[in-house]
Design a protein around this ligand. Structure first.
Ligand code: PMP
Length: 365
């Protein structure tokens, strides 16, 4: 069979290792595994969500409400926009899929940061488009602008705060950059980690309502996989002007988010205390890792997220050696070798998980 040629250039997305793999391969019991590899919420989801799901299990045989009205109205209220500006996705990943398929043709280009979330490029590749990456680890908007002028990309992806580095742009810098971009170019602002960023520094906060009212070419995306602890439910969303959202609806499969996922997300938005407690714990624990790296003389990136990326050039072990050693002990971190970095990315866990990880790092590094 001949597959379409675009597939030859697309790598398969490499996800963080699941708990099941460590259990299977190293015989470690699941409750002993510490998984800090995929930036999930270590506290799980709000108990209110768990109760709502339990009570709604009887709805499993039924197709979801395909208008997603409750969810979209809740999101519209949370973000100060209209429900017509919102589209739900099977993870925010699916929103990137809509974005790329809505404008890209073979031979087009997208522009992204040197180190960034890999799905942008994968979706663009599926459309036969080429990815131009800015030659920079941290987001550098001057370099973005130079490359934008040179390459005329159809989409610019800005991930702020950024995975896998953790850096975040100041809102003012982002807005003055957006003013220089043609309304014909779509700009996707991936805000998956925004709440963590603004908790550390309010200057990083970019609000969807302001963004889309000033820039009709900008799409804001966010997810329930991080602060709301719903990674396994696969639900995210996009916010943009009505015309853009209408175009995305033409690309959407019916019932693209499950019944229980939309319920989980809607209830999750109501439990602000759960989120605030997590954000507080995350920042406190993140600072412990930063302090650790400083005292060890290791370089790290100041993080505006729920993870920290530590470079291991000055360490006794490479990122691959450290990753493999800890994996056998049931501690799953993320090796950033595939990003061209000798660095390890650690999701910030609960204090007791971080105690164990920091103790092992202290001994191994
Ligand atoms: N954007 C960024 C920056 C991410 O790190 C992730 C997940 N790791 C996503 C988007 C996708 O999130 P989801 O599909 O689970 O909503």
């Amino acid at each position: 069979m001949r597959f379409q040629p675009a597939l030859d250039k697309i790598p398969v997305y490499e996800a963080g290792k699941p708990i099941e793999l460590v259990v299977r391969e190293y015989g470690i019991s699941p409750e002993k595994v510490i998984k800090l590899a995929s930036n999930e919420n270590p506290y799980g989801a709000s108990p209110k969500v768990e109760n709502a799901i339990r009570e709604a299990v009887y709805k499993m045989p039924l197709y979801p409400d395909d208008s997603y009205r409750n969810l979209k109205e809740a999101l519209a209220k949370t973000h100060g926009v209209d429900a017509k500006n919102v589209i739900q996705g099977n993870g925010s990943d699916q929103i990137f899929d809509f974005a790329t398929r809505s404008v890209l043709n073979p031979g087009d280009k997208i522009l992204q940061n040197g180190k960034t979330f890999s799905m942008y490029s994968i979706y663009a590749g599926q459309c036969g488009a080429e990815t131009i990456s800015v030659d920079s680890v941290l987001h550098n908007l001057d370099l973005f602008l130079d490359s934008y002028k040179k390459n005329s990309p159809k989409i610019i992806f800005i991930c702020t705060p950024c995975n896998p580095i953790g850096d975040a742009l100041n809102k003012d810098d982002l807005f003055s950059f957006l003013e220089k971009i043609s309304p014909e170019t779509m700009v996707v602002v991936d805000a998956a980690y925004m709440e963590f960023g603004k908790t550390r520094d309010p200057k990083k906060e970019v609000q969807a309502s302001e963004l889309i009212s000033k820039f009709p070419n900008v799409l804001y995306t966010n997810t329930f996989s991080k602060i709301y602890g719903l990674g396994g439910m696969r639900i995210g969303y996009g916010i943009g002007n009505e015309e853009l959202i209408r175009a995305f609806y033409k690309l959407r499969a019916p019932f693209n988010v499950s019944q229980l996922s939309q319920l989980a997300a809607t209830v999750a938005l109501e439990d602000r205390k759960f989120v605030d407690d997590y954000l507080r714990s995350n920042l406190k624990e993140l600072l412990r890792y930063e302090e650790f790296a400083r005292t060890k003389g290791l370089s790290y990136f100041e993080s505006y997220t729920n993870f920290i990326t530590i470079e291991l050039d000055k360490a006794r072990l490479t990122s691959t050696q450290l990753f493999e050693t800890l994996l056998k002990e049931g501690i799953i971190l993320r090796n950033l070798k595939s990003y061209g970095l000798n660095a390890i990315r650690i999701t910030i866990g609960k204090p007791e998980q971080n105690d164990i990880v920091l103790d092992r790092l202290e001994k191994l590094l």
